[in-house]
Design a binder for this molecule. Structure first.
Ligand SMILES: Cc1cc2nc3c(=O)[nH]c(=O)nc-3n(C[C@H](O)[C@H](O)[C@H](O)COP(=O)(O)OP(=O)(O)OC[C@H]3O[C@@H](n4cnc5c(N)ncnc54)[C@H](O)[C@@H]3O)c2cc1C
Length: 447
């Protein structure tokens, strides 16, 4: 009998793994709590176009994606801005999220993956400290490997046997509460700058907002805050955006929806005996830079490749470990660095941040460093660093804060990269303690 794979939730990484494993001869079932027509968000989000080739997938139909706009970060006092260098046309795309899921589901179903819609998974089945299935729609489904693709608030991490130290829940500051709605463009107003304007620490908050005219003629309004967003805070932010943008009419195209975006570095332990987490359930995002879909899909593709290439008939933590090492070396270490940089930006004093935007120490070119492109040509040279140091010397407080956070970020990255090559449990546990301590300490401080 072929090996049974059970994917919990219709996450992007789970779907790609499901497809690849099915193509390799595994029997694959996906349990999704929602119905076919309601999964995914009813809007466009950004991903890299070369992601599909990297995962060995066909491109989605041409009519479900457009070129991604440029991003412009605006200082809290709205006096200065920094532009992320634009990618080549169609290198990064904005994709209709529901159409993307339809594309992936279509590929899975054509390959023979069984998708059980409106089937909520509740409990993991655990025997002798090994995950061996789950209860889906009230029915017990046994599996050799359970892939947790159920998103940020996975109820399953907490049920994995304790000896694997899979973290239970993200901390308060690891999540951005977001509200997003679409409005009509006010007729007769000038077309705004086509850049995506992102207001950092909008209204001195710990978060960001945007209000942009997208290339489908919709006014896209977003308010996101770390640690929670009340209805009143959201209304105040929307009112401020409305006042500043003549093209933002009051006529609603799509009512606001609330969502949650993962902001923390990756889950320390991605694998256990019979279990692995992929996508948001493992916090696989470059914090605040989108990339959650891309990272989930790449990780799902590589997970299947690892299982197929290594002939992993026993999906134990030890046998899946090589995939976790690949993840940390390819994405995880870089993402945890960005997590720390993000915490610095959001915790820095508003006046200092305003000064940093305008002083010339950070340039548009530097913004390329926060792009999702691992081969970004904009590298920091010694000459450039010295120039920046000369500017920030005028503000010792900036040097102090920057140095502290950059050292933390560098240490976190170094720790992530020191992941043991092989699954030696005491060594893995020691590495995990070091890694979790870095993120845990910050979360405990509310940072
Ligand atoms: C406003 C907003 C903007 C964003 N912008 C971007 C962007 O530009 N680029 C980007 O890459 N990412 C973006 N993201 C983040 C992105 O949505 C996620 O990172 C991405 O969806 C990856 O998550 P996932 O595929 O792992 O899981 P999800 O997309 O969260 O999917 C999980 C699935 O599991 C199902 N599920 C959950 N629990 C159960 C259960 N118990 N039983 C059965 N099914 C279950 C859910 O119904 C859902 O279908 C944005 C998110 C928001 C909210």
């Amino acid at each position: 009998m072929s090996q049974q794979i059970l994917v919990l939730g219709l996450g992007h990484g789970g779907l790609v793994a499901a497809l690849k494993l099915r193509e390799a001869g595994f029997a694959v079932t996906v349990a999704e709590q929602k119905s076919r027509g309601t999964v995914g968000w009813p809007w466009y989000d950004d991903i890299r176009a070369d992601l599909f080739a990297a995962c060995g997938l066909p491109m989605p139909p041409r009519d479900c994606y457009t070129n991604k706009g440029k991003r412009l970060f605006i200082s809290p006092d709205e006096q200065n801005s920094l532009r992320v260098p634009s990618a080549r046309p169609m290198e990064e795309i904005s994709i209709d999220r529901r159409a993307l899921l339809r594309h992936l589901v279509g590929l899975c179903e054509a390959a023979g993956v069984v998708i059980r819609w409106e089937t909520k998974a509740t409990d993991l089945l655990v025997e002798n400290d090994r995950v061996c299935g789950a209860v889906c729609g009230g029915e017990t489904v046994r599996a050799d490997l359970v892939i947790d693709a159920s998103g940020l608030f996975s109820p399953f991490r907490a049920q994995v046997p304790k000896q694997f130290h899979v973290q239970a829940q993200p901390g308060k500051t690891d999540v951005m509460t977001a509200w997003r709605a679409f409005y009509k463009w006010t007729p007769g107003t000038a077309a705004p700058d086509p850049d995506r304007n992102i207001y950092i620490k909008h209204q001195s908050s710990v978060g960001l907002s945007w209000c942009n005219l997208n290339d489908r003629g919709e006014v896209d309004v977003f308010v996101g805050r770390i640690g929670g967003l009340t209805e009143e805070e959201k209304d105040a932010a929307v009112a401020a955006l409305h006042k500043n943008h003549a093209f933002f009419s009051s006529e609603v195209l799509r009512e606001g929806l609330w969502g949650f975006i993962s902001l923390r570095g990756p889950l320390g332990m991605l694998v256990a005996d019979g279990y692995c987490a992929v996508g948001d359930s493992a916090f696989m995002t470059m914090p605040m830079m989108g990339s959650g879909m891309e990272c989930a899909m790449q990780a799902g593709s590589r997970l299947a490749q690892h299982i197929v290439e290594h002939g992993v008939t026993d999906c134990s933590a030890a046998n899946l470990w090589g995939w976790q090492v690949w993840y940390y070396r390819t994405f995880g270490a870089r993402y945890v660095f960005v997590d720390l940089v993000k915490r610095w930006v959001l915790n820095i004093d508003v006046d200092l941040l305003n000064w940093l935007f305008g002083c010339g120490a950070v340039t548009n070119e530097d913004m390329g460093l926060v792009s999702t492109d691992p081969d970004n040509p904009n590298k920091l040279t010694v000459g450039k660093i010295l120039k920046k140091v000369a500017i920030v010397l005028k503000k010792p407080a900036v040097i102090r804060q920057t140095a502290v956070w950059m050292l933390r970020a560098a240490r976190a990255k170094k720790t992530a990269l020191s992941i043991p090559e092989s699954y030696d449990k005491p060594k893995v546990d020691a590495w995990l303690r070091r890694y979790d301590a870095i993120l845990g300490k910050l979360a405990a401080k509310g940072k």
